[in-house]
Design a protein around this ligand. Structure first.
Ligand code: F6R
Length: 259
């Protein structure tokens, strides 16, 4: 279905959507490698893309997919957090993808949750410059928060033009995000870091293509508002309406319930 926020494909279940996502990622790697000699992927964490990574690992093990000419940039990382902390997104990516494939470790970039706060802005600006120097992101994988966040670009009162121009930066997590993250921190909201480093909306929207996944009834309202609601900083995923020609939503029936 064509919508103001891009093409929406409603799948029978998350497994089918994740297979399609892995297909898209594998063909983006193949086609950009053919054009430019390499591919740049923007990667997401969270529970949603785990089966996508499992599928990509299976393709690699079957000899069908190589990451040798791939560079990756992750969307976000908690702040502060050490990379060896099991709840860090460094640990997540190593567990679900990096340790299983032939992606050169020095080309797997994740924002550094140990950077001293006084240098966080500089680190984030450098991250945006690295992406630019690498020719930009070919395919950006996204999930969506229950509050409509993408990356950790949280709902805000910013005017639209500013909301669209946000760079990669240190940001404060929304209470809904902290509540949802608690399951990964032993069920304790108090244990969830209050801040995070995140790719900005400007960087995300500049990707050449964007694949956004959403599964389950608890995402249905955010999906409906993002796709058909007003384009507003109050629901960051609605900002995808700025670049609908680049965006594909892969969602299950439960997440499509309010469309
Ligand atoms: C993760 C990220 C977040 C998640 C979102 C959904 O890198 O940037 O925006 O995509 O919070 O999380 P799950 O998939 O756990 O529902």
């Amino acid at each position: 279905m064509q919508t103001p926020a891009g093409t929406v494909l409603v799948c029978d279940d998350p497994a089918q959507a994740c297979r399609l996502a892995a297909d898209r990622i594998a063909s983006a790697i193949a086609s950009t490698r053919a054009d430019r000699g390499r591919a740049v992927l923007g990667l997401a964490t969270g529970s949603t893309p785990i089966p996508v990574y499992a599928d990509l690992v299976a393709r690699h093990r079957a000899g069908q997919l190589s990451f040798a000419n791939v560079t990756t940039y992750n969307l976000d990382e908690y702040y502060p957090i050490a990379p060896l902390d099991p709840n860090s997104y460094h640990a997540f990516m190593y567990k679900h993808l990096f340790q299983h494939v032939d992606l050169p470790p020095h080309r797997a970039h994740i924002l550094d949750g140990t950077v001293p706060e006084a240098f966080a802005a500089e680190h984030c600006a450098a991250f945006d410059r690295w992406i630019e120097a690498d020719g930009g992101i070919d395919l950006q994988l996204l999930g969506i928060g229950r509050n409509g966040h993408i990356g950790f670009n949280e709902p805000s009162d910013l005017p639209l033009d500013q909301a669209l121009r946000l760079p990669t930066r240190l940001t404060r997590l929304d209470p809904v995000t902290i509540a949802d993250a608690a399951r990964d921190f032993g069920g304790s909201e108090a244990a969830v870091p209050r801040r995070a480093l995140t790719l900005g909306t400007a960087t995300i929207l500049a990707a050449r293509s964007i694949l956004i996944l959403a599964f389950g009834a608890n995402k249905a309202e955010a999906v409906a508002r993002a796709v058909f609601g007003p384009r507003t900083a109050q629901l960051p995923a609605s900002l995808l309406q700025t670049v609908p020609e680049k965006v594909t939503w892969l969602i299950d029936r439960a997440a499509a319930a309010r469309l």
